[in-house]
Ligand binder design. Structure first.
Ligand SMILES: NC(=O)c1ccc[n+]([C@@H]2O[C@H](COP(=O)([O-])OP(=O)(O)OC[C@H]3O[C@@H](n4cnc5c(N)ncnc54)[C@H](OP(=O)(O)O)[C@@H]3O)[C@@H](O)[C@H]2O)c1
Length: 361
């Protein structure tokens, strides 16, 4: 029986981590009910996983915080199955290889594609891509990663902006919106962003080069009338809610609307994508001859490499700009996600978990 008077010497935490090789992971601690709070998550300590032939073990440098993570905390299915309580949050990461049983990856290489809010991850090497030395590793989670590819796929496959058209983009200072807008400007369109503050709007116009930006917290309808007097040819939908409704009312004939995300609804108790009053009516589609199409970036996996090949030189020469917000420490990831769902982030939201190796930019 345990005798409380006997004290066992405890090894310092640092020593335990070095000898026993433990990692930290963020898991779903309880099912959320409506708006999330950080106590929906818990940080747990685990032993490093053993890797098998073909696998790679990485130490996480950056972990991504993305709005879609809110949807998978619920029970049931959105476009993918929800997590079970106790499951690790499956965020994208950039990491450095610490053990490799895959011929394409040597120790020390920086790679992207390992999934999970954890300090150390084991992944089949076939799912990883090397991050080249001449771009900042964090860009592989933002402008050159999943959000950038989402912007490219939604804008080119569905939006198809043409010179002289008016394109409106919500969540315009985020990685998807900012990239989508710059793609539309390259096509010669007039691009109007919608964002949640004066500061965000200033970045969208002055740095990202949009032709205008509307703060959706102030007179949204009046500002849309002023900046889009002839209506909207392409609406890149990132948020839904009242913002989405206001823009969709202004569609022109033959408008295109890529439905990329509906972040304004993600915290709703009954969020299923089907429970809400439709913002788009069949009559609207008919009268405007509009094309409104939802898409998930993973449906066209070939777009990832295609986008990186196209956009890497633009990022290197500075003609495609991006903004990042980096918070330090994996334990800050839950609070960061909570803030992102109410617009408190400004730019691609990342958690820095370890220092970037010095041979990288
Ligand atoms: N379909 C796909 O495959 C795919 C892939 C990646 C991302 N997405 C979606 O793309 C969208 C943008 O993603 P991101 O990573 O670039 O996010 P983000 O812009 O960095 O963050 C989300 C932004 O949404 C805005 N927002 C939050 N609540 C809102 C509300 N109630 N009304 C209006 N705006 C609100 C906020 O910006 P403001 O303060 O500016 O309003 C917030 O900063 C999300 O909906 C995401 O789920 C879809």
């Amino acid at each position: 029986m345990h005798n409380p008077s006997v004290r066992f010497p405890r090894r310092p935490i640092r020593e335990r981590i070095m000898t026993e090789k433990t990692l930290e992971a963020v898991v779903l601690a309880k099912r959320p009910d409506g708006s999330i709070t950080p106590d929906v998550f818990a940080t747990v300590e685990r032993l490093w996983p053993a890797i098998k032939e073909g696998d790679v073990l990485t130490r996480t440098l950056f972990a991504s915080v993305d709005p879609y993570m809110r949807g998978i905390l619920n029970e049931g299915r959105t476009y993918r199955e929800g997590l079970a309580v106790g499951d690790m949050i499956p965020g994208e990461t950039v990491g450095q290889v610490i053990q490799s049983k895959h011929p394409a990856f040597r120790e020390g290489a920086v790679v992207s594609g390992a999934f999970g809010w954890a300090t150390v991850l084991a992944t089949p090497g076939d799912r990883l891509v090397r991050v080249p030395d001449d771009v900042p590793p964090s860009t592989y989670l933002g402008v050159l990663g999943m959000p950038g590819t989402t912007a490219y796929s939604g804008m080119t496959d569905i939006g198809q902006p043409k010179a002289g058209e008016t394109v409106v983009i919500s969540a315009a200072s985020g990685p998807v919106g900012a990239t989508a807008g710059q793609i539309a400007r390259r096509a010669g369109a007039r691009v109007i962003g919608i964002a949640g503050s004066v500061e965000k709007c200033a970045w969208v116009t002055e740095i990202a080069g949009f032709d205008g930006c509307i703060n959706h917290h102030e007179n949204l309808d009046e500002q849309l009338d002023a900046l889009c007097p002839d209506g909207v040819d392409v609406y890149y939908e990132n948020v839904g809610g009242t913002v989405g409704q206001a823009v969709i009312r202004r569609l022109r004939n033959h408008a295109r609307v890529p439905i990329c995300g509906l972040v304004a609804d993600y915290n709703d108790r009954d969020y299923s994508g089907l429970a809400h009053a439709p913002t788009i009516s069949a009559a609207m589609l008919l009268f405007r001859r509009a094309r409104i199409e939802g898409f998930i970036v993973g449906d066209r996996p070939e777009r990832f490499a295609e986008w990186r090949a196209l956009a890497t030189p633009w990022v290197q020469e500075g003609s495609l700009v991006y903004k990042e917000q980096i918070v330090k420490g994996l334990d800050q990831a839950p609070l960061a996600l909570v803030g992102q769902l109410s617009g408190q982030n400004f730019g691609k939201l990342l958690v820095q978990v370890a220092d970037v190796p010095t041979n990288h930019e």
